[in-house]
Ligand binder design. Structure first.
Ligand SMILES: Nc1nc2c(ncn2[C@@H]2O[C@H](COP(=O)(O)OP(=O)(O)OP(=O)(O)O)[C@@H](O)[C@H]2O)c(=O)[nH]1
Ligand SMILES: [Mg+2]
Length: 223
């Protein structure tokens, strides 16, 4: 990057921080827990949200903003699972920005929801640099991506408040080492928990629901 590009990027990020701060204030006023979901394409973000909506949607009002370059497919899947969902199409954009989230908010009932998930565009690079006013960031990894991803994408690991490791049902068919994965995570952020799950077979999902419930209760108790 040359000097002009660096300055431009700094300005864009500063503007994003400003809007994110407004969003954070707005979410706090509504006592809404907001979770930014980051992952590579296809790690299972939408599947996890579908499972969550079906399993705990009757006790926890879930709203989702789903970001993809094209199509409304993820929002449709989530609505079919019983949660409110709004789709953002970024066109060629590799991440959601605070401005995009702000523009989508008229479609989200902030009073009705207990938790708002923001399913970011699938990649571990750009979404790690853009604050969306969220309370927490969850990085969803999956065993089919390989165990070297934390070491290769440390910015996303730094941003994360929880790592969810999905598709553990497929571990026997790969050379994935949960030990290597956890070791690299620990090197980058020693306090970070790794929660192993299988969306298709259900392993670990109960722990995910409990983590989520605790976080929502903590947010609601703040005011
Ligand atoms: N075997 C297995 N497959 C899974 C699991 N979770 C999700 N999948 C499959 O993985 C594929 C991708 O899942 P999605 O939920 O669409 O992934 P995503 O992260 O939302 O993808 P993008 O929005 O495109 O980035 C689908 O075919 C899912 O059925 C799992 O735990 N085990
Ligand atoms: Mg998806």
């Amino acid at each position: 990057m040359n000097e002009v590009e660096i300055k431009l990027r700094k300005n864009i990020l500063a503007k994003n921080e400003e809007i994110a701060a407004h969003l954070r204030e707005l979410f706090a006023q509504h006592r809404l827990m907001v979770i930014n979901m980051l992952s590579s394409p296809g790690s299972g973000k939408t599947t996890l949200l579908e499972k969550t909506a079906r399993a705990v949607g009757h006790t926890l009002a879930i709203a989702v903003i789903a970001g993809d370059l094209q199509t409304e497919r993820d929002a449709i899947r989530i609505r079919n699972a019983g949660a409110a969902a709004t789709q953002i199409n970024t066109g060629r954009g590799c991440h959601l920005s605070a401005r995009m989230v702000a523009d989508a908010l008229p479609n989200v009932d902030l009073d009705a929801a207990d938790v708002l998930f923001i399913e970011n565009v699938g990649n571990l690079v750009c979404p790690a640099s853009y604050d969306l006013g969220e309370d927490l960031a969850v990085v969803l990894a999956s065993v089919t991506e390989g165990d070297d991803k934390p070491a290769k994408y440390p910015t996303a690991i730094h941003k994360a408040d929880l790592i969810v490791l999905n598709k553990i049902d497929l571990a026997p068919y790969t050379n994935f080492s949960a030990e290597r994965f956890r070791l690299d995570v620990r090197k980058i952020k020693p306090t970070l928990d790794v929660l192993e799950i299988s969306c298709t077979q259900g392993a670990g999902l109960q722990s995910w629901f409990e983590w989520l419930k605790t976080k929502v209760e903590q947010k609601q108790a703040l005011h």
